[in-house]
Design a protein around this ligand. Sequence first.
Ligand code: SAM
Length: 306
Amino acid sequence: MTTASPLKSGGPRERSFLVHGATVPAPPLAPGLYVVATPIGNLADVTLRALSIMAGADLILAEDTRVSRTLISRYGIETPLSPYHEHNAAEVRPRALRRMAEGQALALISDAGTPLISDPGYRLVAEAVAAGLAVTAAPGASAALTALCVAGLPTDRFFFEGFLPPRSAARRERINALAAIPATLVFYEAPSRLAETLADLALELGPRPAAVARELTKLHEEVRRGPLDALAADYAAAGEPRGEIVIVVGAAEGRETVSENVLTGELVEALRSLSVKDAAAAVAAKHGLPRRQVYARALALAGAQR
Ligand code: SAM
C-alpha cells in the first residue's frame, strides 16, 4: 500500500474491503466529496458504508496518513491516502476541488470521529458546495455525542463548545460567556489541562453536575460524574490523567426559577455576616449560579447598604 504524494492518482487497484475475512466489493461512487466518520478508538465502530466509501473513492484525504493507514489496512482497503491538515489545506484544496470537478470521488476523514468537528474540513466542504459539487456525509462516531450518551445529564438541548482557550484568563472569560446558555455544555480537553479547566469551570459556573468521559470506546474507558468543584478537586489531587477527554456540564439547576427578589433577599442576609466575596460565593453555590454574576449584585447591594 502506498501513500500518494499529494493528490496523485494510484494505478488500478481492488475497490473492495474485508470484513471478517470476506471480501466485499465497493460499488462505484458518483463524483464529489464524501465526509466520512471513523472510530474514536474502537476500530470495530466503523460503519459498513464508511468502509465502502473509503474503498470506492479515488483518494482519501486524511489528517494524518499514518494514523489512518492503521484503519484502512485493518479492513483491506487499498485506496491511496493523501494528507489534508491545517498546514497544507490551502495548498491542497484547489487541487482536490479540481479532481472532483473532473469526475473523481474524494473521501475526507480525520484521525478519529467526525471530520469538521474540532477537525479540518469545513472550508473544503464550503468551497465544494460553492463550486456546485456534490457533498455527502457518512455519519458515525463523534466523541461529543458519545460522551453525552454516558454522562447522565440532560440531552434535550446541548451546546458543543469544543476546546476552550489554553490560557486561564481567556478560558474563564469564555466560560463566563457560556454561563447563561440553558443547555448541557460539551467541551473537548487535553489531559494536561483537565484539572485547571475543571477548576475554572467550577469557579465560573458553580457546582453544576458534570461528567468527565475519558478514553471512550477504548480499553480504559472511564466516566466520572459529580459536581464540578468535586471533580476539579479529584483531578487536581490525582495528577494528569492519560488519554482523551470530553467534559460534559449540566445546565445550572434552578437558574431560571430563582427570582430576583429571593436572590436579593438571600444576599442581603448573607452580607450581614459575610464579606461581599463570600456572600456571593455562598448564594451562587446554593443556586448553581455563576459566581461572577452574583458577585456583581452583591457588590451593588453592599454599596447601597453603606
Ligand atoms: N472529530 C472528532 C470527533 O468527532 O469527536 C474530535 C477531534 S478533536 C481534534 C480530538 C478531541 O476529541 C480529543 O482531544 C478529545 O477531547 C476528544 N476525543 C476524541 N476521541 C475521544 C475518546 N475516545 N474519548 C474521549 N474523548 C475523545
